[in-house]
Ligand binder design. Sequence first.
Ligand code: 3H9
Length: 708
Amino acid sequence: MNELVTLSRDGDIAVITIQNPPVNALSPGVPEGIRSSVASAAADPAVKAIVVIGGGRTFIAGADIREFGKVVSGEKPRGSLLPLLLEIEDCPKPVVMAIHGTAFGGGLEVAMAGHYRVIAPGAQVGQPEVKLGIIPGAAGTQRLPRLAGVAKALEMCAFGEPVSSPDAVTAGIADRMIEGDLLAGAVAFAREVAGRPTPKSRERDEKLRGADPAIFGSTRQQARKTRRGQTAPLAAIDAVEAATKLPFAEGCAREAELFNQCLYSTQSRALIHAFFAERAVSKIPDIAKETAVFEIRRAAVIGAGTMGGGITMNYANAGIPVIVKETTQEALDRGMATIRKNYANTVKKGKMSQAAMDERMARITPQLTYDGFNQADIIAEAVFENMALKKQVFAEIDKIAKPGCILASNTSYLDIDEIGSVTSRPSLVIGHHYFSPANVMRLLEIVRGKNTGKETLASSLELARRMKKVGVVAGNSRGFIGNRMLTPYLREAQFLVEEGASVEDVNGALYDFGMAMGPLAMGDLAGLDVGWRARQEFKHLEKPGVRQPMVADRLAELGRLGQKTGRGWSKYDENRTPSPDHETAALVEQMAHEAGIERRSVSREEIVDRCIYALVNEGACLLGEGVALRASDIDVVYLNGYAFPSWRGGPMCYADTAGLKNVLARIEEFRARHGEDLWSPAPLLVQLAESGGTFASWDRTREIAAGA
Ligand code: 3H9
């Protein structure tokens, strides 16, 4: 007992309550509190059985993840939970674990050490450790297969997805679902089992015996495919396999060995960084928690194209009725047909009921006029990426929108202040930059102009949360965070091809690095006309005499737009499977020759370094300029909007791992070879590299908060 864990009595049942908000993590003091409470209850002759429950919104969400950093840095030894779990299991009185909210990681491991588990209907259980680059480290891989069987344990430990309470009961992880008051139900259950034997999950082996040995190979294959590059899922499979081959204690020893290997890996450092990075993004230093947010009850979207349609779905999914406007009936019909098809596919995959689809479709009103726009609390514009057009649309909607209505532009590059300047309400103008497909991708870049009001920003963050997106605030710079960094990344990919690498070399090297696809494949997917149009918009800003990539624009001008036309950087068949395009290769060679570019062989290492360090250097520039608040915000943008490999933590985390001195040295090499205009190192990178700092340690949010 201590202030984190309390012991009380309900007649002859002891109730142990964990009180460590917000998620009852197993922080220092919690395991100790559970241990002494169990010991006291066991020794109390008036107690017949024990209930363990979480105070507040959840059972135990796992080990305290912050502690892992201290262990790895040597600040703290790693304490083992195992002895406590054995003590619980050896308690002579029945211990009933009462689960609500989430029993994740160490939380489920504690629960499985109890003799019985009851569960609330909306609760979830899971071993999500692999998402942090580790595996269960307190016998989870040994007890779970004994309770739920090998197949279920593999699914949960190797892929980390949570299991709902009905499934937990079916799988044998929980014994009973309790409707209504969980504590009262758990106490009643404890009375029922008082005096009965105390079944120990570590002694059960009936579910281990029937396991098909082939399942380990097939799960490894699946993990290699769906968790490409990650080591923890494979370690988790090894640990579960050990449960089927070794006695419990030896299995635990094998699990501990694998856990430690994972904990000290760069992958777990990166994934833990990503976990906290995602939770930091919504904390904006000059926006107080209590900042008022506008209630968004109705929305309107302008444009039913690829982006407009996806944005409309986001509102409908968030329960917000939405009007979608197009300029022609044909475009409107096409847009609505796509929305309907997207929902129907989700229903077909069993991920949504027909009733839910009908409800969402009913929230969408397609039309050609501005009728009803004066009722909207937010109007989202998703027209072509052209400043003149955007200004025309904003001037129009400003006249129709009611006072207090937010005007959001889905621009991906343009100046949000200039767009807002044609309205009478610049404080209500903001950028909401979605990523394609907008209804699928989790990222929403929220672009804060110099006049954007704090309430408008806070409301946008709240809207992102309602849409189940991760909203990252970016300053108003061309391309904001994501696309601004993408420009030099794509530039280097093209330069490498001009210098002698093949399209396949460039795509392959970045794919092997862990990107979902190579940069040129990404261009082909998005359509080479998209980049071409953006470059036309900014052509006047190009510095004379500075080398510019040539080939993508020429391909676009030849009508070779990528996947949608069957040809681009690569050739595509009817299933959109790529193959090398010899005409592109010849075109590259000819253009390089005309431009006097010397062709040479290019190593994979150079491909990765030039593309990724171009991203990093631009990230450091925009961080220094204040376009991003924190390096970790940049990482969240790249992890969620550009499929950067999660186990590398994002480009800035990757650079920290490589060492900023090494990154700078490589950039200096590129500067020497390719010139100052292309490879001038970011001042912040130089400053941090010279002072031995890291991007992670550089924090200007405190400074901003102080001045707010
Ligand atoms: C483990 O258990 C290993 C074991 O095998 C034992 C080995 C020995 N620790 O997400 P939210 C913070 S590994 C520390 O916004 P939600 C979070 O940072 C662990 N802090 O809320 C945030 O702080 P802040 C296995 C944690 O309702 C606040 O709590 N477990 C932890 O959207 C609220 O979080 C997991 O991987 C933690 N474990 O979602 C579970 N969890 O307010 C990880 C949360 O300062 N956690 N925080 O920004 C989650 O999945 C979600 O947080 C959860 C709640 C679903 C629980």
